[in-house]
Ligand binder design. Sequence first.
Ligand SMILES: [Zn+2]
Length: 511
Amino acid sequence: MLIIKQIEQLGSVQACPVLLDETLAAQEHWQSNEQGVVILDSGILLASPAAWAQQLQSICNLHVLVAERYPSVEWGSAEIAIVRKFLADADAVRRDRIAQAQSTGDTQTMARQALLDIVVDAHRMRATDIHLRMTGSEARISYRIDGLLYHQASRSRTSVTEAVAAALNTQSDDFREVFDERHMSGASISLTLPDSGENIRIRTQKSPCRDGFSVTMRLQASEQQRVPDLYSLGFAPSRVLQLRHVMSQATGLLLISGPTGHGKTTTLAALNRLVPKSRKIISLEDPIEIIQPNIEQKFVPTDQDPYAFAHMIRSVLREDPDLVEVSEIRDMHTANAGISAALTGHLVVSTIHANDAIGIISRLLDLGLTATQLSQPGLFAGLLAQRLLPKLCVNCSKPVNHPQWGAVKEQSSSGCATCQLTGLQGRVAISELIVPNSHASKWIQDLNIVHWQESLRRNGWDSMAFNASELICQGVVDPRHAEELVPGMNELGLQQRQQKKVNYAAQLESV
Ligand SMILES: [Zn+2]
């Protein structure tokens, strides 16, 4: 156990604001004023000696909450004065914030403040999404950080629902109904962070589940709204070169696949930076996620008209674009409209749900397109698949000798101050790209995907698994994360891993 003699020993740590209510409730009825406990935001459960002696059960109950939130929990003992100081500071910060909101004449209610507190906390922990899972009378709050879900706290369902309702009713730019948790659909909320003044846009989406429903809130800080470039997303220089070539094509369809939350939309925006200013880009989106000042972005309301995308594609072709972007191909009509645009002198770029690059063809067939349609020569400018893999914290990742990968690095289970105890720091993109040629058209026509895949492998194709294996060997990603997230990791033979990467020109020829 940590013995804290002086408050300076703990550095600049504070009481965890999210668990403050639970901490105060736990000690509400303690008899002696020598007893006190506080949870610090580094995962330390700090209690006075009297509390450790007489309230061990309550402290153990709190331990469960801390363990759900932090990867490791440390027990500490400090004089009651130190414990009380942390509690008083945290309480004062909270009161200040509420008082400030009221004194400025702001109509900020407690409910909205509650949502803001959650968002501030999630943003501080670098979360990209907040997941609220409503079951019974409880709301379980989790954050997605570096692609992984961490449980944070449980609150009362009523208070969380009120918080979401208040925000939607007063701070949403596209929510136009009376809030009803059973019928809530997608909407956006804009919030300003009190400390930094930073603007955060939150996209909410509700979905039902077995014993209730969940609300996913995707956070977009203003810094993320700046259009990124492919290098900073982690794309290898050779891949950027290939994509530059694809984006310079005058016609054809480039499709980007990957699971939700793996950066497809961001890549789509980053690809626009490869397009010369002399070409006109029209982007059709639902919703508009990243503001791109240099291109024409049009919002397509699909909730009113299921064929909205297909109609819009046909209609914007009359506005003489060189490049048409569609945020996602979800149905046959959109796919058909995209294909006709691609075959009539336009480059069309879109995203689609598929497991890997070759899977895009199967997905299009599933949507109802025919092999004859898909095998038209020159239809596909490229088939891209991507994943975002959590990057190991450079400060605390541990060297291991892995049976398959040799000397590589692994995520530290306790983390460090640099990575906020997660052991991870951001994510890196891995990708695979197929530029189909005339052989590919034949294989699609004959529905001979297996043969196609074999041919790619024989030619030393730079697949997502291959990309991931390089990052594992460089100690950038944990092999366990790659095995979990990247298709084909297990089939990737040793021989192929050792094979030298084929150069760019050879790759374009060999597909
Ligand atoms: Zn670390």
